[in-house]
Design a binder for this molecule. Sequence first.
Ligand code: ADP
Length: 292
Amino acid sequence: MRIVLLGAPGSGKGTQAQRLVERARIPQISTGDLLRAAVARGSELGRQAREAMDSGRLVDDSLVLGMIRERLGEADARKGFILDGFPRNLAQAHALERLLASLGKPLDAVVQLEVDYGELVRRIAGRRTCADCGRVFNVLTSPSPPRELCPKTGAPHRLIQRPDDNEATVAERLRVYDEKTRPLIDFYRARGLLRVINAEGDVDEVTRRLTQALGARSGRAAPATRATARRRARSSSARRKPTRPKPARARTKPAASASSRSRASAPRRGAHKTLRLAGATRRRRARSSKRR
Ligand code: ADP
């Protein structure tokens, strides 16, 4: 399975990718993690990426693409992968498409994780990562279980806050997401690869929606939040071309189908008659048995 998780910072791509790794036994490839590792190593790539990361901008495409090309060439990515945080703009999406086409391994699905803006900010504020194993927790919504030990060190998780999870950088990252990454939704929808899930609520429930979306043959979306539905309705009505008013016949159609729906759920007319007849028969029988 070759998939892309698409979503704003804080939408839970990393958390859900980690859960999919356990289920699907394919690696999570997070460009954010790869870049942070390069920064921590103090490599040339890390040095070049650091400034953009600290200010919430995107790292240069050529650096990220080089890194992805190398990572996808590794043995564990042969049977599939979960891309998390990549692609992040149209140029990266086109480059990925070309790269996978040249390998004869196109994407199977792109899942967009939808979360409201306010919730994204709240999640990022509480986000903490284990400095040793990289697992993501949230002190507000999903803290690390008290007795859980880090699989890397055998000691309790060492939780740190990412340097770019501060208020100013988060606002810029969300702005960059809207400007550069959001257009990928239409890009993948046009290719028939997009599946949209509501990524708010319980983490296990989101995992269930995600696996369901991946298992589903069609690209139909899971139920959205009310806010999401409002947003979608707004954007689709904005996209809709102005149309002339529908002829009267067409306008009466929904009403007719609504009444036929209510007819379908009401008892049959014949059924009332049968009940009345049965009551009359019972009364007649009672009268004649009294006479006897
Ligand atoms: P989040 O999705 O929460 O913003 P990531 O860990 O995916 O966090 O990314 C952190 C930072 O790393 C981004 O703000 C950006 O500077 C850089 N980065 C990650 N992936 C990419 C990418 N595909 N292209 C360019 N920059 C990236």
